[in-house]
Design a binder for this molecule. Structure first.
Ligand code: F58
Length: 832
């Protein structure tokens, strides 16, 4: 046992004094007051909401630490295989509510805080989001951490501790303005581990020498060193003591680097500059979503994080004194997109340069260890780095990449002797000017499994961008793991009343551990009383959002109107422009209606939210247009309640928790074949909203699960996209009259200076319409009309919502993690 490892003479003193955490309201209250008075050095006379939040969080943190320590000790003692999830982004959101729910302490906290004079909702609202991610990819990593802990997998997350997360978005005069997100002022959830540090080398040169046996060895020498410091965040599982670790690295100047000579001789500034340069590495999250802009600092971030993480992983493995060939039996590493691909090269380097293994033996270990998840087919998002940059920053790694490529191409040549083109097509080095390292190819060659994130997407990568690799390795190396979401945060936490109603009908909260038991709801579809309760909860969630809109934008929306929501990063492929063109079309129609016709029109609130990458000009134009349309429509007396257009500022995880439960209809309308999966589509349906969407990403599997009568699908199919684009190029496509009216309204200046939106219009009308907005416009409008009609029949609408929720069990991230564990990681849960 764990206790037995403590020497006998000290064992009693340690065990009898173990911190046990609070067990009831009174004990919790005591903990909170103690933290207010001692940790925060405040008193009941100056304890505001922020202090109450801090003390509450600290009390729960203490509670988590106990389980966390035990989990870590058990992992060490059982020496079980661990999964390491490497992700440059973890979009965690708030931690307190999640921690309270996972350890089932929220009721205690609520009544204790009540007695102390605080409302728990206000206290929860004090927390800053941990926003270390851009969008879907980062949030997926956060859902995975929740599932891995909840399912008792021995798992670690490794990432970067950015000082600035994703920027905060302000809307000023209709334009996006970015404000830095300094979130670390007070973060009770992290533990600095100043004793866990790794020195990371950059630049320098490689010198070859002979070792004692006459073998040539490579020595990477010179350059500069930066120190990585570990910061740990406990990740509690739901209803289990398993508490895993998310380790984030922060950069600082290596101790030797802070030059006291310089410092004392008056070169204070340059000495501080060195310090700052080191700290820059983990300073800021790159704010691009589905775009790669090869910046040197980003490559530095990647190597810094990967090298520190691997050092840690290898150090842990070495403690067990096993043979190297057992490494893949003890360690699985998942690459969340290509960002951590350097880990493949770094592990090979450690094994051959530091540990003295032969190339082939080392390479077999490396490829058995890694798995690679692809999240996009968009060419502009596929990572490539100039060879020259590699040569400069990581000279030894470039040599190893060349060797990996050489051996790989030799094997390809043997198998496909007649296909000369094949070699240049699959080469890890692209022979362009300048030469580039193709990171996705490196990740494929260095892994034993490659997966996409939804069925269509996994098919597409195998038939398009990675087609040659399927020929080379066979189809077995490629697989699909359809994304999922954690029902703990995205139903239980975000929508407590719906969660309670579901629990009351499915036999308690066990459905949160096995989401497929939601299917028990289906028997209540025809139960009028149940439907009524269901509808009341949706209405209450809409009232909550309406209040939020009123308080932030001072716009009154009618909670009885259909809430039509599109919240996600702003991107042309996600087609917010199609949505806003549709809104304009609706507006023009309303304007043309008689008073009688208007009475028959179904009222709607179109709600948008999302950030544009700061350098993505077109996306910013879309935001501007949405806001300008809103300011015209929202004050037009002809329109009244029939249409409101809302742009919610600074969309993030905690806002999603308010918005998603309030939606009647959400939009997932990417050009077919462009959205790898989407995960908010799952969140919306799970919260009792219907969706309008294209046949893209996980929409297709959602349709399969819930039935096509419960989803509004429209638009072209992915297999037709290429031909349609071809038609545009050759001018064989004309914009139809409906869309033309929309363009006329925009170019007439109805929504502000027409010049501002010229590019948005001409991208569709004159420049090839790459995202096929004009092809899909009419079917989008027709489908929206169907939505209006169906919404009028509330009984039927609610039935559809209930049926859909009942059939959403498949989309739990628990299912998804179990698939990874079985198919890719070969890892078992650890008994608790
Ligand atoms: C997203 N990718 C996909 N990338 O777009 C989405 O369909 C999918 O559901 C999700 O991953 C999870 O699989 C995504 O969010 C990024 O944000 C990257 C950030 C770093 C630069 C490249 C894009």
């Amino acid at each position: 046992s764990v206790e037995a490892s403590i020497p006998e003479p000290q064992r009693e003193a340690w065990t009898k004094n173990q911190f046990d955490g609070f067990k009831n309201k009174d004990e919790f209250e005591k903990e909170v007051v103690r933290h207010v008075e001692t940790t925060l050095a405040r008193s009941m006379f100056n304890c505001d909401d922020v202090a109450a939040y801090s003390a509450t969080a600290l009390a729960f943190r203490d509670r988590l630490i106990k389980d966390w320590n035990k989990t870590q000790q058990r992992q060490t003692f059982t020496d079980s295989k661990r999964i390491y999830y490497l992700s440059l982004e973890f979009l965690m959101g708030r931690a307190l509510d999640n921690a309270m729910l996972n350890v089932k302490g929220k009721d205690i906290a609520k009544s204790a805080l009540d007695e102390l004079g605080f409302r728990i909702e206000d206290i929860i609202g004090q927390e800053n989001d941990a926003a270390l991610g851009n969008g879907g990819l980062g949030r997926l990593a956060a859902c995975f951490l929740d599932s891995m802990a909840s399912l008792n997998y021995p798992a670690w997350g490794y990432g970067l501790r950015y000082r600035y997360g994703i920027f905060k978005q302000e809307i000023i005069d209709g334009y996006q303005v970015e404000v830095p997100d300094y979130w670390l002022d007070f973060n009770p959830w992290e533990f600095p581990r100043h004793d866990v540090t790794v020195d990371i080398q950059f630049y320098g040169h490689v010198r070859k020498s002979q070792d004692a046996n006459g073998k040539t060895v490579a020595n990477w020498e010179g350059g500069e060193t930066v120190t990585a410091v570990a910061y740990d965040m406990p990740i509690p599982g739901y209803d289990t003591p398993s508490t895993n670790n998310l380790r984030l690295w922060s950069s600082k100047a290596a101790s030797g680097e802070f030059d006291f000579q310089k410092f004392n001789s008056g070169e204070y500034e340059s000495s501080v500059a060195d310090q700052q340069r080191a700290e820059t590495i983990s300073a800021v999250l790159y704010p691009n979503d589905n775009l790669d802009r090869g910046k040197e600092l980003r490559l530095k971030q990647q190597y810094f994080w990967v090298a520190a993480s691997l050092y840690d992983i290898v150090r842990r493995f070495k403690k067990s004194k096993r043979a190297w060939r057992e490494f893949p039996d003890q360690v699985a590493i998942q690459l969340n997109d290509t960002h951590p691909t350097l880990a493949v090269v770094e592990l090979q380097r450690i094994l051959i340069d530091k540990e003295g293994l032969e190339w082939d033996e080392a390479w077999a270990i490396v490829t058995a260890t890694f798995g690679y998840t692809n999240h996009t087919v968009l060419p502009e998002a596929l990572e490539k780095w100039p060879v020259g940059l590699f040569q400069h920053l990581l000279p030894r790694h470039l040599q190893i990449i060349y060797d990996i490529n050489l051996f790989f191409l030799q094997s390809v040549e043997k198998r496909f002797p007649d296909d000369r083109d094949m070699l240049s097509r699959v080469s890890i080095i692209e022979e362009s000017q300048p030469k580039m390292v193709r990171m996705a190819y490196l990740a494929i060659v260095g892994s034993h499994k490659v997966n996409g994130v939804a069925e269509l997407h996994s098919d597409l990568i195998q038939t398009t961008i990675f087609k040659d690799f399927v020929k080379i390795y066979g189809a077995d190396k490629f697989t699909n793991v359809t994304n999922g979401i954690t029902p703990r945060r995205w139903l239980h936490q975000a929508n407590p009343r719906l969660s309670e109603l579901i629990a009351s009908k499915t036999g308690g909260y066990d459905y949160l551990k096995d989401l497929t038991t939601l299917n028990k709801l289906e028997q209540y579809v025809d139960d009028k009383a149940f439907r009524k309760e269901w509808a009341e909860i949706k209405y209450a969630n809409k009232v909550r959002l309406a209040k939020y809109i009123k308080s932030t934008l001072d716009i009154t929306v009618n909670p009885a109107a259909l809430f039509d929501v599109q919240v996600k990063r702003i991107h042309e492929y996600k087609r917010q422009q199609l949505n806003i063109f549709g809104v304009i079309y609706r507006y023009l129609q309303i304007k043309e209606m008689s008073a009688e016709e208007r009475k028959k029109q179904a009222p709607r609130v179109s709600i948008f939210g999302g950030k544009a990458a700061p350098g993505y000009w077109m996306a910013k134009q879309i935001i501007h247009l949405i806001n300008n349309v809103g300011s015209v429509v929202n004050k037009d007396p002809d329109v009244g309640d029939l249409l409101k257009v809302i742009f919610l500022e600074d969309y993030n995880v905690s806002k999603a928790e308010i918005i998603i439960p309030a939606s009647d209809l959400s939009e997932h309308i990417s050009t077919a074949g462009t959205e790898a999966s989407g995960t908010s589509n799952m969140k919306f349906v799970l919260n009792g909203g219907l969706i309008i969407g294209t046949c893209d990403g996980a929409n297709i599997e959602i349709t399969r699960e819930i039935g096509q009568e419960n989803i509004f699908l429209f638009g072209t199919l992915s297999e037709d996209v290429e031909d349609l684009r071809h038609n545009h190029t050759y001018g064989k496509h004309a914009v139809d009259s409906g869309l033309q009216k929309v363009f006329d309204a925009i170019t007439s200046g109805k929504f502000g200076d027409a010049n501002d939106f010229g590019a948005l219009v001409s991208a569709v009308r004159d420049h090839g319409d790459y995202y096929l907005v004009s092809d899909d416009f009419q079917s989008y409008i027709d489908t929206q009309k169907m939505v209006d009609e169906e919404y009028k029949n509330q009984e039927e609408w609610v039935s559809k919502c209930i049926r859909s929720v009942a059939r959403m069990g498949f989309f739990s991230s628990d299912r998804c993690i179990n698939e990874y564990a079985e198919e890719i990681w070969n890892i078992e849960p650890l008994a608790v």
